[in-house]
Design a protein around this ligand. Structure first.
Ligand SMILES: Cc1cc2nc3c(=O)[nH]c(=O)nc-3n(C[C@H](O)[C@H](O)[C@H](O)COP(=O)(O)OP(=O)(O)OC[C@H]3O[C@@H](n4cnc5c(N)ncnc54)[C@H](O)[C@@H]3O)c2cc1C
Length: 463
């Protein structure tokens, strides 16, 4: 079968689905994307309100144009522009460190360690640990580190409390699990790539610009996208995929699901080996997140991105406030807000179970209390405020959980223990953050898109 003879249906237009669809169209496949929402992008979508463009979540992209998202755009000719996010901060209680894009230089590491209050006797050990975390390792070493927790890794170097706090917080920000279960290998992959590329970025036009630009390229390459087109089932005949049901039958030689590995496995449970199904359904997901999006009539927050953690020795602060990340996307991309105005996205992580309504509401209240404490007067500038909970994420991505990333980068399920995107039905693949990539959220989905597009090409050409 040549690529031009192969009809491909991609279910879902998240970063993984849209990227893979565009890459396959570029390789000459006949590609149709079916999306259940009326808009593209899934967990990385953007919306407009009163001249502001805000995102599903609270975002920053680790390597921007230098990473896999930029690679796909170049490969398919997508018009995707980036703005660097510079002058970022990490705040632990009353300790503040500002770091540059190139945060692994000797000077930056020392400034960060001083800023967060590492004790002088631990400084050298913390420096060595930081440097190691910011350095990519050979595959053989990464394989060992994949199965180790970040906490155990850091503990080999130092027991400095402030340093551990910082690394746990950064782990939460990058792979959205705590450092008690987050994989050291996966963390190093993210942290070192960010440091090496020195291009932490925001897509111009909002996170939704990523999927929109890929789908624009797909259509220019002859592919199709249909919105409001939920796939109800995947058709399997004679042990291989034959198409999908989406308000009618659509034939396909290859089906690529961006619905998530577990939802896809559940949909196909009658056709999958029991052992495979059991293993996939037991995989753990990353945490969920809630966010408060602020549309302000003034530039009230002067920092492009802050990771803020309360002082853990201050019981009152722990009760009133919450650790959170709050980028201000309209600083790197002023077009996201009307002139003189500002868009601030503040988010905190918690269980991915959308049924925990009370917890969601409590954490949202604490995000607002934290913002009022950190930026007094912010409420006087609110044009509108939007509180989004875990259920909001689950509704947008079409999954029963509202996890931020996907299958979590837990030390038990990355590297060689990560599920393959090649599902055990001929012609069926999973694409997106769940399988086939590594890295930070959208970049993991993009890596998966690249991997799956190569697998599909090999399959179609009988390689
Ligand atoms: C609050 C929050 C903050 C985040 N912050 C960052 C960040 O700072 N940096 C970063 O890189 N990443 C971040 N992420 C993670 C990142 O957004 C995701 O990991 C990534 O976008 C997942 O992409 P995906 O391709 O796996 O699929 P998804 O985004 O899950 O998209 C799946 C698509 O499939 C569609 N679909 C599902 N079922 C069907 C069906 N039956 N028929 C048709 N279509 C269907 C959905 O509607 C959706 O469009 C964040 C996510 C959240 C929620």
């Amino acid at each position: 079968m040549a690529s031009g003879d192969s009809k491909v249906v991609v279910i879902g237009s998240g970063v993984g689905g849209s990227g893979c669809a565009a890459l396959l169209a570029q390789k000459g496949f006949d590609v149709t994307v079916l999306e259940r929402n009326s808009f593209p992008g899934g967990k990385a979508a953007s919306f407009e309100r009163d001249g502001f463009t805000y995102d599903t979540g609270v975002h920053a992209v680790g390597s921007g144009d230098s990473g896999p998202l930029g690679d796909i755009a170049r490969e398919v000719g997508a018009d995707l522009q980036w703005a660097l996010i510079q002058g970022n901060r990490i705040v632990l209680g009353d300790k503040v460190a500002t770091y540059p894009l190139d945060y692994a230089s000797d000077e930056s590491i020392h400034a960060i360690l001083d800023g967060i209050g590492v004790s002088p006797e631990n400084r050298d050990d913390c420096y060595i640990c930081f440097k190691e975390l910011a350095t990519l390792k050979p595959d053989s070493e990464m394989e060992v580190l994949d199965s180790m927790t970040l906490k155990d890794y850091v503990s080999q170097f130092t027991d400095d409390f402030q340093f551990h706090m910082m690394m746990n917080a950064v782990c939460g920000m990058l792979i959205v699990v705590t450092y008690f279960t987050g994989s050291a290998g996966e963390f190093i992959y993210c942290f070192a790539n960010m440091a090496t590329s020195s291009s932490l970025s925001y897509p111009r036009g909002g996170m939704g610009a990523i999927a929109r630009s890929y789908l624009g390229a797909l259509e220019r390459l002859g592919g199709k996208v249909e919105y409001d087109r939920p796939v109800e089932s995947i058709i399997v005949e004679d042990g291989r995929v034959a198409g999908v049901q989406a308000g009618g039958r659509i034939d396909a030689d290859i089906v690529i699901s961006n619905m998530g590995l577990q939802p896809t496995a559940r949909m196909l449970s009658d056709h999958l080996p029991a052992e495979y199904l059991d293993k996939v359904l037991k995989l753990r997901s990353s945490y969920g997140a809630v966010s408060v999006k602020y549309a302000l009539d003034a530039e009230a927050v002067p920092y492009p991105m802050t990771l803020w953690i309360p002082d853990v020795n201050d019981a009152e602060a722990l009760e009133k406030y919450v650790g959170m990340m709050y980028p201000v996307p309209s600083i790197p991309d002023p077009d996201l807000a009307p002139p003189g105005c500002q868009l601030v996205l503040a988010g905190a992580v918690l269980s991915a179970d959308p049924r925990q309504k009370e917890l969601n509401s409590n954490v949202l209240d604490r995000i607002e209390a934290t913002m009022r404490m950190l930026h007094p007067g912010i409420e006087d500038h609110v044009i509108w405020k939007l509180r989004t909970d875990v259920e909001y994420t689950s509704n947008i991505s079409g999954r029963h959980l509202g996890e931020v990333v996907g299958i979590s980068q837990d030390y038990r399920q990355v590297g060689k223990n990560r599920p393959s995107p090649n599902m055990p039905v001929a012609g069926l693949y999973a694409v997106g953050a769940d399988a086939g990539g590594r890295g930070i959220g959208t970049e993991m989905a993009a890596e998966s898109a690249i991997t799956v597009s190569r697998m599909v090409e090999d399959f179609a050409l009988g390689r």
